[in-house]
Write a protein that binds this ligand. Structure first.
Ligand code: PRP
Ligand code: URA
Ligand code: MG
Length: 211
């Protein structure tokens, strides 16, 4: 796995807004989108492009377009949904698939409760979106799911990661080539497997407290 810690003053500032407990959901959603746009700029650096012949008002020339097959963006519901709009604004030719996964906060077991993805992901660059990489259980399952559908170019974009989660991915996805883009790697997990200092429950902060 290749870990890309994207170190930039704008990311650091916006992440601090998300961390503050008094930041309301409306601002949290807006700033999440902005953060994703900045991370997407780095995460899409290796996207393939094709030459395309175009006419400017002045002359004929050769431009570039994102190559086909189209990239696939996959937010992991629920919290990953908060990252979707920012990502597709940056990658306008991308298609979107969905994975619904929830971590049982007591057992830490991962349940996949929804899936809407192409059956065959051969040749596609897939971008997984999830703000939080805590134990790494969710992301490891999501990457494995994509791999089993023949995805061989997988990039995961997360806002925050815990060192324990990165280690879990390294240990469990040693056979898969994954690029991980994060805005910060925090100190550790607490006894409830929440990221410290973190930002709390990303899904709840985006959308309100779930039952
Ligand atoms: O690395 P892990 O220990 O697996 O934890 C991270 C997962 O927890 C959060 O989702 P959650 O399960 O709370 O679902 P939600 O998005 O519906 O709130 C987060 O968005 C990740 O998907
Ligand atoms: O800190 C954490 C850990 C898991 N899920 C979250 O939303 N936040
Ligand atoms: Mg949650």
């Amino acid at each position: 796995m290749h870990v890309h810690l994207v170190d930039h003053p704008l990311l650091a500032h916006k992440l601090t807004v998300l961390r503050k407990q008094e930041t309301p959901s409306m601002i949290f959603r807006q700033v999440t989108e902005e953060l994703v746009m900045l991370l997407a700029y780095e995460a899409t650096r290796e996207l393939a492009v094709d030459d395309v012949e175009i006419e400017t008002p002045v002359t004929a020339t050769t431009g570039k377009e994102i190559a086909r097959p189209r990239p696939l963006v996959v937010p992991i519901l629920r919290a990953g949904l908060g990252m979707l709009d920012g990502m597709v604004r940056m990658a306008p030719t991308a298609e979107v698939g969905f994975l619904g996964m929830i971590r049982d906060d007591e057992t830490l077991n991962i349940v996949t409760y929804a899936e809407r993805l192409p059956k065959d992901l051969s040749g596609r660059h897939v971008f997984l979106l999830d703000p939080m990489l805590a134990t790494g259980g969710t992301l490891a399952e999501a990457v494995r799911f994509l791999y089993e559908r023949n995805a061989r170019q997988v990039s995961a974009i997360c806002l925050l990661a815990a060192p324990e989660g990165i280690k879990h991915l390294e240990d469990n996805l040693a056979d898969i080539d994954v690029n991980l883009y994060v805005a910060a790697i925090d100190e550790r997990l607490d006894e409830n497997a929440y990221i410290v200092p973190g930002l709390g429950d990303a899904g709840d902060r985006l959308y309100g407290v779930a039952d």
